[in-house]
Design a protein around this ligand. Sequence first.
Ligand SMILES: Cc1ncc(C[n+]2csc(CCOP(=O)(O)OP(=O)(O)O)c2C)c(N)n1
Ligand SMILES: [Mg+2]
Length: 422
Amino acid sequence: MPLQTDILSLAANQARGLAIDAVHKCNSGHLGLPLGCAEIGAVLFGNTLSYNPDAPRWLNRDRFVLSAGHGSMFLYSWLHLSGFDLSLDELKNFRVLHSKTPGHPEFHETPGVECTTGPLGQGVANATGLALSIQAAAARFNTPEHTIFDSHVIALAGDGCMQEGVALEAVSFAAHQKLDNLILIYDSNDVTLDAMANKSQGGDDAKRFKALGWDVQTIDGHDLLAIQKAINKAKKATGKPQLIIAKTTIAKGIPEVAGTAKGHGEGGAKFSEAARAGLNLPADQHFFVSDDVRAYFADHKKRLVRAYKKWNKTFEAWTAANPEKAALLDSRNAAPGAAQLLEKTPLFPACQARHPRRRSTSPSGRRRRASAPHRWQRRPLRLDAQLHRLRQGFRRDQPRRPQHPFRHSRTRHGLHCQRHRL
Ligand SMILES: Cc1ncc(C[n+]2csc(CCOP(=O)(O)OP(=O)(O)O)c2C)c(N)n1
Ligand SMILES: [Mg+2]
């Protein structure tokens, strides 16, 4: 479909506005990526990705993985604009406990989120796994008459992801397996968190990926047409995974911090009112989406649903012609889900052990124990309780957020958890 650049540029600026407002409201989060990649989001969700917001787990959907999970407001804004079940109120609840918009995207929490991401590089590996499984399914289930699996996996990764060993291992594996349904968009903005990227990384990424066996394109990540052309070319390519190096300006839209390390986090939020004016967003209406942008995405959804229905017809014909394959595919429903797997997780003796605590025998130690005896009672290790809560989370009818075993910042041992600080 030809790209409607006017309306998509407008949508990109309004997505920027949603990110600015959400981060400003909770005074926390990361503005750099949602602002720097707004045009990439507009092309993906407004043109090139194949999905159905009403059926987020459709078998043959394109999977979008935000490997740079700190830029979660990017994903939430575009899921909202595309018509997924993610209301404006959820965007207003960004980073609020039990909202559908946690600080980093979490699978199970939010329709349209394919993977839990945040630890840098991990999404690249997840995307590789997804691409591999789609190819395995295609090899097993497609027939000369019917193609039911032909979707793509598109991951968006930043400089930090590229530095991680887990990403590099996956990248090498993807090339070896010729995963040509994997498209990696590299948000190359020359900044990593609190410094310019050249302080911590160097080398020629294009040459490195080519040497491993990838096709590589380098584009201006703010040029809508260039982005569309590159993604379409990557979708058509065969035999190799596809890297698109998108040169972007971090925090584009907030001139005070754009292109600098200050643009990475919430630093730009204090300039939000001036930035909103520069982006032509109404001063008196926060979390603003214009009627014409809503209308564009409503129309786009109709196109997507038409393609989905067409696929369903093919799927029905395939099912009738291949009952054995269809039964095999259906048997995945009998496979245990996350809740059942957790039920089977044994509680190891270490979890039930009592935590030994050294007691001071000094007079001051005795006084402390006397003043707060509950703090000195012996209790099971935290892991036991967390596993229990995780199970409870999956048991609830409403998909409330299952507690992550490492969510707490401090364990009884006094150890801080890295994940908490992502
Ligand atoms: C494995 C891991 N280490 C450290 C972090 C903390 N962290 C979050 S974002 C970030 C910088 C990432 O840089 P980049 O991907 O270039 O993001 P940008 O600054 O361009 O938004 C770091 C180090 C993390 N999330 N995961
Ligand atoms: Mg960067």
